[in-house]
Design a protein around this ligand. Structure first.
Ligand code: SF4
Ligand code: SF4
Length: 720
């Protein structure tokens, strides 16, 4: 008894010391990052919401269960380990007393049954993981495997350790049954089966096996604890923390303002020597950013959904997180050194690591092509089971590259210049913003001063909607439909300027602030309360980013308003539109803002329309390639994202591809044009906004929409 107690406790003490030292080191490393007081404040402000999040995301495994087979296997393993905490209590109790039972419940057959049930569940879980890993072997599948780039050897070690945890558990319990000290008379079915196998060995051998496998169980559990804190399985300990401090409801939608030393950066007072401008080195990340890196499970779900990765670009959101983590760990001795003298004494490889640029072509931690490939589509954030905030990190690095290094794709310089000087990406100027109004046969009030109290909605047209030929057709269709439904609306006309979305997404927070402040001032002075936006990027920026600057409005997307008008009978689609079509979800409407249903309701209401879904739709929708200011950059690497998307649509043989975003309209339109010219798409195939389809079907007192072409002629996407 004394021997088993001594060995068991000694093993535990050593393992806890090693694991504790590592955890202390990780904590010190995390706090070399920037402060993030807003994250702590958010947690304190919403304790109820946090409990709910832990219950659904961590305990409920919500995101993991979206992937049915691996999700079920993970849930079985995770829940199994929670239940098996009872068996660990029993194992430690058995170090002190062979007949130990948990006080109160320790002899209930139900508890014995549940313990064994979850032990078997864990075994089934790891068997499933084994099959999944063999079938998704990156050395055979290459980039197609979601484990490509992950540390697969460590994953196999952990699977082996989990097997040993369960194997030693069942073996010592089986031996206990044969020596008569097992606390459960019935219920522990798996232990009873193992006990049956061991029974022929007799009492003496079973007594020895009881001790050997009990100590084996404690040794394996403790070794597992050490491996966890030194491997990707650190997520077991960190995932609940990372989920707790993540942005709520998620890190989609708005970008956060730039912060330095825990405060929102004021460009007028900022000092480049002491303030942090975006993410220029690993210690510019907040502790939450560093926690993200340590929490990554390397599951590759993000990578499997990334449109950049799917089309052969160098960007994998998983690899970004892993490269940052490897760099943070390698630079850690430098970051944790107490003084410059101590840093001088560090090994050369650490000093070399400390000097590596965070983003750079030669020897940088992250290749510039990686950060510029991101479309900010949000697929990675949506999928990540531990709520890692990839877009914030990628756009944070962009901010530093643009604001401090002046290093960004040259072709985007014109867009930024036009935004600064003319207020729109094409440089067409404010006077052309109202031209589309003259192409309609009814009056639209243009706000001059304050909005007339009779006006219900301010129609935010957006740069593309006002100036780009294809998007102008959507604008005119929306205006016509609102007019038909008797909705009182007005536009800002020349007083509207770009929301700043492309500037913010490319990393030029300075230009974004300038444009956004100007718009917020205009909207506030006009007394705007309800805004309807036709562009999902404008919709996202005005509704979820302008509150950061004091602009608070009730903002809806045109599909939400039109769907409501149809439901209320104020718009009646009666003319059949006999077309087979498929709907493309814009990322900034769908994933970023969860507006999936209204566009589909509109299509369902149009008689004759036969709508079919693409394989990748709704929260798994595939980007058109324009977001994250990619609209203004060349796409030189890999396959074009819009072509990949259109090929998916073409497989359904549609007559029409519909969407609800001017960026998507242009990108998909360009891809269709390319496919038509190569003979791979019928000449009749159209790409239209759902508003255009609705307008074709609604009986209108107003003459048909005029399609005058007097704007930016597809000058949108660079290289389109
Ligand atoms: S936002 Fe989209 S493009 Fe960017 S890394 Fe995530 S999945 Fe890839
Ligand atoms: S970032 Fe999230 S989704 Fe991607 S590999 Fe890591 S844990 Fe998985």
């Amino acid at each position: 008894m004394v021997l088993r107690m001594t060995v068991g406790l000694a093993l535990t003490a050593i393992a806890l010391a090693v694991a504790g030292r590592r955890l202390w080191w990780l904590k010190r490393l995390a706090f070399t990052g920037q402060p993030a007081p807003e994250r702590v404040a958010a947690v304190r402000a919403h304790p109820g919401r946090d409990v709910e999040t832990q219950a659904t995301e961590v305990i409920g495994q919500r995101k993991l269960l979206k992937w049915s087979v691996p999700g079920a296997a993970h849930a079985a393993t995770f829940w199994g380990f929670i239940v098996l905490l009872l068996t660990i209590i029993e194992a430690y109790g058995n170090l002190f007393s062979r007949t130990f039972a948990i006080p109160g419940i320790g002899h209930w057959a139900f508890i014995g049954f549940v313990e064994d049930l979850f032990a078997v569940g864990v075994l089934l879980g790891i068997a499933t993981f084994t099959v999944i890993r063999l079938r998704n072997n990156p050395s055979k599948e290459g980039r197609k495997s979601r484990f490509f780039g992950s540390h697969t050897r460590a994953a196999w070690v952990v699977l082996g350790m989990i097997f040993l945890v369960i194997a030693t558990l069942l073996l010592y319990r089986g031996a206990q049954i044969n020596t008569g000290v097992f606390p459960y008379k019935h219920g522990a079915f798996a232990s009873e089966i193992v006990g049956h196998w061991l029974h022929p060995l007799g009492y003496g051998v079973n007594s020895v096996l009881e001790v050997v496998f009990l100590l084996g169980q404690i040794a394996v559990v403790m070794a597992f604890a050490v491996i966890v804190v030194y491997s990707k399985h650190l997520h077991i300990a960190l995932a609940p923390l990372n989920v707790l401090f993540s942005r709520r409801p998620n890190a989609l939608g708005p970008l956060e303002p730039m912060r330095s030393n825990g405060k929102v950066l004021d460009f007028e007072e900022a000092d480049p020597d002491t303030d942090v401008f975006g993410l220029g080195k690993i210690e510019d990340f907040t502790w939450k950013g560093l926690l993200d890196m340590a929490t990554c499970t390397e599951c590759g779900r993000c990578q499997s959904q990334c449109p950049a990765w799917a089309t052969g670009k160098p960007l994998s959101p998983k690899q970004v997180i892993l490269d940052l983590r490897d760099h943070a760990f390698a630079k850690a001795p430098y970051l944790l050194a107490a003084s410059d003298d101590d840093r001088e004494k560090l090994p050369d490889d650490v000093k070399k690591e400390a000097e590596r640029p965070l983003v750079g072509k030669d020897g940088g931690v992250i290749d510039p092509d990686v950060i510029w490939s991101c479309t900010n589509c949000g697929a990675c954030v949506e999928e990540c089971p531990v709520d890692i905030e990839h877009i914030d990190h990628i756009d944070g690095m962009r901010r530093h590259q643009v604001l401090i290094e002046s290093a960004f794709p040259v072709e985007a310089a014109g867009m930024l210049r036009n935004l600064e000087n003319k207020g729109d990406p094409w440089g067409m100027g404010e006077m052309r913003r109202a031209e589309w109004i003259t192409e309609l046969d009814f009056e639209i009030p243009v706000v001059d001063g304050t909005i007339d109290p009779e006006i219900e909605y301010l129609f935010w047209v957006g740069c593309a909607g006002a100036l780009e030929d294809r998007a102008k057709k959507t604008t005119k269709a929306i205006a016509t439909l609102l007019h038909t439904a008797g909705v009182k609306f007005a536009v800002l006309g020349p007083a509207e300027t770009c929301t700043g979305d492309p500037a913010r997404r490319i990393g030029n927070e300075f230009v974004f602030s300038m444009l956004a402040q100007q718009n917020v001032e205009t909207l506030n002075e006009a007394g705007a309360k309800k805004v309807v936006a036709s562009c999902p990027h404008c919709f996202n920026t005005i509704s979820r980013e302008y509150p950061q600057l004091g602009g608070n409005y009730e903002v809806i997307h045109h599909t939400q308003l039109l769907a409501r008008l149809v439901a209320e009978g104020r718009l009646q689609p009666v003319t059949p539109v006999q077309e087979k079509l498929t709907y493309h979800d814009p990322c900034f409407l769908g994933r970023h803002n969860k507006v999936y249903t209204p566009p589909r309701e509109i299509l369902d209401a149009v008689p004759g329309v036969e709508a079919t879904e693409m394989h990748r739709c709704k929260e798994r929708g595939f980007c058109c390639g324009a977001g994250g200011a990619r609209m203004w950059m060349e796409e030189r690497i890999g396959k074009r994202i819009n072509i990949e998307r259109i090929e998916e649509a073409l497989a359904l043989e549609p007559d029409t591809i519909s969407t609800s975003c001017p960026y998507c309209l242009v990108m998909l339109g360009d891809a269709v044009a390319a496919k038509k010219s190569s003979g791979d798409a019928p000449d009749t195939l159209e790409v239209v906004d759902v508003a255009q389809l609705l307008a074709r079907s609604v009986r209108s007192e107003v003459p048909a929409v005029a399609d005058g072409d007097s704007g930016a002629d597809g000058a949108g996407p660079a290289g389109s």
